[in-house]
Design a protein around this ligand. Structure first.
Ligand code: GLV
Length: 328
């Protein structure tokens, strides 16, 4: 009998991946609520194909005692308790390398939109309220040549650095571990600690995962350490920023603008940010291109199928314990 895989949303994938998935598994659509409402454990379920909108909890896993693999459609896995999955013998996988360029593209878009007041300008035009070119109208700040500070120079951060080079931007970064001098040279980036980066950057862009250590990394204290007139961009996870503190800094003019694709209480946005002229917001669309989402689909399915077969998935984020006592 084919193993059952629970899928939580429709996703794009190539016809090949679709065929491989359906020949190896019986795919059923499910929701967290349905699983939790089931009076009995779902013993035949061996795989989950889910994403950041469906948080995995211990209670959910209690209902799914034979799951071998949780294949996450996306890179961030802050919605999956990794140590618990590891302890229960479950592979957790993500989609590294699939969405770096799409997210970096959107990051540059937010940098430009926030610096050049593109949303305000669009709103004037959309209301047919433009009264004509004047020398002082809707002045923004120049992007070219500004110092960009990247928080977390992983694969997405590196793609942002490459794009920033095209805008003649000096790039600073902070990471848990600095890169080798050769790689710094190749990417044209310079290491700073967090405090130094905040003090020197005109634009700060966040590309670090959400963990207990990074939650609320940008708060009243750290935002106050940013340059007056700086711009804050976030395409990583919303809870890295305390939105009330950000809104306050934007209102007081300490920060010039912000560009946000992710939100602290997603899908809600803090009421103090709504309507501010100097915040540009997108609806968590960093990876939302047809090309990227399809590549993510194939990658997720490949990981899932490896996990179901008892093989190490290429994008495994953990090494589950007690794998040997689970039936393959
Ligand atoms: C999207 O936010 C992801 O983590 O892939």
């Amino acid at each position: 009998m084919k193993p059952i895989v629970l899928q939580f949303d429709d996703i794009l994938m190539t016809a090949d991946a679709q065929e491989q998935l359906h020949s190896a598994a019986l795919v059923q659509f499910a929701s967290v609520d349905e699983i939790l409402a089931s009076p009995d454990p779902l013993l035949d379920v061996q795989g989950l194909l889910l994403n950041l909108a469906h948080p995995v909890t211990a209670t959910l896993l209690d209902k799914l005692p034979n799951v071998k693999v949780i294949a996450n459609y996306g890179v961030g896995v802050d919605h999956i308790p990794l140590p618990l999955a590891t302890e229960r013998g479950i592979w957790v996988t993500n989609t590294p390398g699939m969405l770096d360029k799409a997210v970096a593209d959107l990051t540059m878009g937010l940098i430009i939109a926030a610096s050049r007041r593109m949303v305000e300008s669009h709103q004037v035009m959309a209301a047919n309220a433009f009264t004509g070119w004047t020398p002082m109208y809707q002045l923004g700040v120049e992007v070219s040549g500004k110092t960009l500070g990247i928080i977390g120079l992983g694969e997405i951060g590196k793609q942002v650095a490459r794009r920033a080079a095209g805008f003649d931007m000096p790039v600073l970064y902070c990471n848990r571990k600095p890169l080798s001098p050769e790689e710094e040279l190749r990417l044209g980036v310079s290491y700073r600690n967090f405090e130094q980066l905040l003090a020197e950057s005109d634009i700060v862009s966040i590309h670090t995962p959400l963990t207990p250590e990074t939650r609320g990394l940008f708060n009243a204290v750290t935002i106050a350490r940013m340059k007056r007139g700086a711009i804050l961009i976030n395409t990583s996870r919303g809870a890295l920023i305390q939105e009330a503190a950000l809104a306050d800094a934007l209102k007081r003019g300490h920060l010039y603008a912000a560009g946000l694709d992710v939100f602290e209480q997603e899908p809600k946005v803090h009421p103090d940010l709504v309507g501010l002229p100097n915040v540009v917001m997108a609806a968590h669309i960093g990876s939302a291109t047809n090309e990227t989402r399809r590549a993510m689909g194939d990658c997720t399915v490949h990981n899932l199928l490896c996990g179901l077969k008892g093989e190490k998935p290429p994008a495994a984020l953990n090494v589950p314990v007690m794998l040997s006592v689970k039936p393959l």
